[in-house]
Write a protein that binds this ligand. Structure first.
Ligand code: SF4
Length: 489
């Protein structure tokens, strides 16, 4: 028997299924996936309200047989709505999020946290259908997913929060093709030898594979996969033709200007500096400089009025202000995790940001988009908020325009790549020293704060959030100062 998740894994890559069975210790679960899984679980519970008063089949770790028996008992008892109904059939074990019966027969509903219907859901449901087929009279098979057009206004409107799409026809067709595949996957899972499958586009589609580190262990860094904005398809194509290292890329590929610089800078171990480009960037900056950075969270289920599912909600900012005389001050804001953050944040920001001078962000489009959204949400501050936009200067510009390129950037212009390369021995500029080390962690941490009861722990986490955001703007101060020094030469 194979579970639905094993089949989905095997459909993506037989080697992944084999490794999961024979070398599970090599598996690496990315942080993001774990976070998404937690959100998906609560979305599933909420979607059950669309079919209330159902009976839940209790999850039994490593005992799907028991879940199947319980399901049969509930069906025999005449239950019309069953959550997590579990079946085995045609070599497949599968649970159904919601199983509902009416006069037409049984209806399968699978709940997804995404905001659109994806092709992979048809395969997913075909596995369920294969397990159920022959045991129940299935009338329809449906996907429930999140409606990102919904805006909360008062109580959560469950009917509006979700979209339901009937995919019965596509699933019945896909199921026919699935039967021989399942037989093949049973065989390949059992075989003793590791399948000889090399890395390719399938490693990240439809899901990022959790054995990527294992399958890429032979690759030394940097390699062709680090090339800046080089199409993924092409990377794999050249890799399969033996073009792996930068030297091989230089000799065999037609590289654009940035990629050439990236490769040459690494091979010659030389930092590239174009003083004209740095100077032209410096000339745009006006004092006082407001180094500004937002942190945001997004959640599938909107908690506040005027919030949409997965909307980027700013909850924190850090602001370093540099005066012409060299004086630097710091201001910050961190919302109460239980309150709607936007009004208070906008008011604090408008009070903290000086009336004149440049506002410096790293990759400014993110900050500008959030400010424009705040302006729409808060008409009373619209004018003042929109007046900030033309003052933005983007610190990524001198890097993207190749005013400065360090071999250790490895084709990335993110602040996390630039900072350690420009300041290799500066512990005060090292994100690794912090408890929260990236925006994703900040987002997940803040979103989980309302569930934390321990006050002391809560304060510690809030301090960690403040420290992280502060480093983002302090890093911008240091990078800009270094560019200014270079520009004066
Ligand atoms: S990393 Fe790629 S090749 Fe390796 S198991 Fe995963 S999908 Fe298959």
């Amino acid at each position: 028997m194979l579970s639905k998740s094993q089949i989905m894994r095997g459909l993506q890559c037989e080697k992944s299924l084999w490794l999961r069975t024979h070398k599970p210790e090599e598996r690496q679960v990315p942080e993001k996936v774990e976070g998404r899984f937690e959100q998906g679980t609560s979305i599933g519970e909420l979607a059950q309200l669309l079919f209330p008063n159902g009976t839940l089949v209790e999850f039994q770790h490593n005992n799907l047989e028991l879940m199947c028996d319980q399901t049969q008992d509930f069906i025999e008892q005449g239950c019309k709505t069953i959550y997590e109904a579990t079946f085995k059939g045609n070599g497949v074990f599968a649970s159904v999020d919601i199983l509902y019966k009416d006069t037409r027969g049984w209806h399968i509903y699978e709940v997804k946290g995404s905001t659109q219907l994806k092709g992979i859901y048809v395969q997913d449901s075909a596995c369920q259908y294969l397990a159920v087929k022959g045991q129940l009279d299935i009338a329809t098979i449906n996907i429930i997913y999140v409606n990102n057009k919904y805006t909360r206004n008062g109580d959560l409107d469950i009917e509006q929060l979700f979209c339901i799409e009937d995919i019965t026809e596509s699933v019945r067709e896909a199921e026919l093709h699935l039967i021989p595949v399942v037989t093949k996957l049973h065989d390949s899972k059992k075989q003793m030898e590791e399948p000889r499958i090399v890395i390719g586009l399938h490693c990240s589609s439809p899901y990022p594979c959790d054995f990527s580190k294992y399958c890429r262990r032979h690759l030394t860094k940097p390699n062709i996969f680090n090339l800046y904005r080089f199409k993924k398809e092409k990377k794999y194509q050249h890799y399969q033709n033996g073009v792996v290292t930068y030297q091989q890329a230089k000799e065999n590929l037609r590289l654009n200007k940035t990629q050439q610089l990236q490769v040459n800078s690494y091979l010659d171990n030389k930092t590239h500096i174009d003083l004209k480009k740095i100077q032209s960037f410096i000339n745009k900056i006006e004092f006082p400089i407001s180094y500004f950075d937002f942190e945001t969270f997004n959640e599938a289920i909107p908690r506040f009025d005027g919030q949409r599912p997965y909307q980027q909600m700013p909850f924190q900012y850090s602001l370093h202000i540099e005066e012409q005389n060299g004086e630097i001050s710091h201001k910050e804001f961190l919302a109460d995790e239980n309150l709607e953050p936007r009004k208070e944040l906008a008011e604090a920001m408008l009070a903290d940001v000086p009336q004149t001078g440049s506002i410096m962000a790293f990759n400014q489009s993110f900050e500008i988009s959030r400010i424009k959204e705040l302006a729409e949400f808060l008409p009373e501050y619209k004018e003042a908020l929109l007046a900030l936009v033309p003052r933005f200067v983007d610190l990524i510009e001198p890097f993207r325009k190749l005013g400065f390129y360090h071999p250790d950037f490895h084709g990335s212009f993110s602040i996390k790549a630039i900072l350690p390369a420009m300041f290799p021995n500066a512990p005060d500029l090292d994100y690794k020293q912090l408890e929260i080390q990236n925006g994703g962690m900040a987002m997940d941490t803040f979103a989980s704060l309302p569930r934390l009861k321990d006050q002391e722990q809560r304060e510690q986490i809030r301090d960690a959030l403040l420290a992280y955001c502060k480093l983002d703007t302090w890093a911008m101060v240091k990078i800009t100062q270094k560019l200014r020094l270079l520009g004066q030469v």
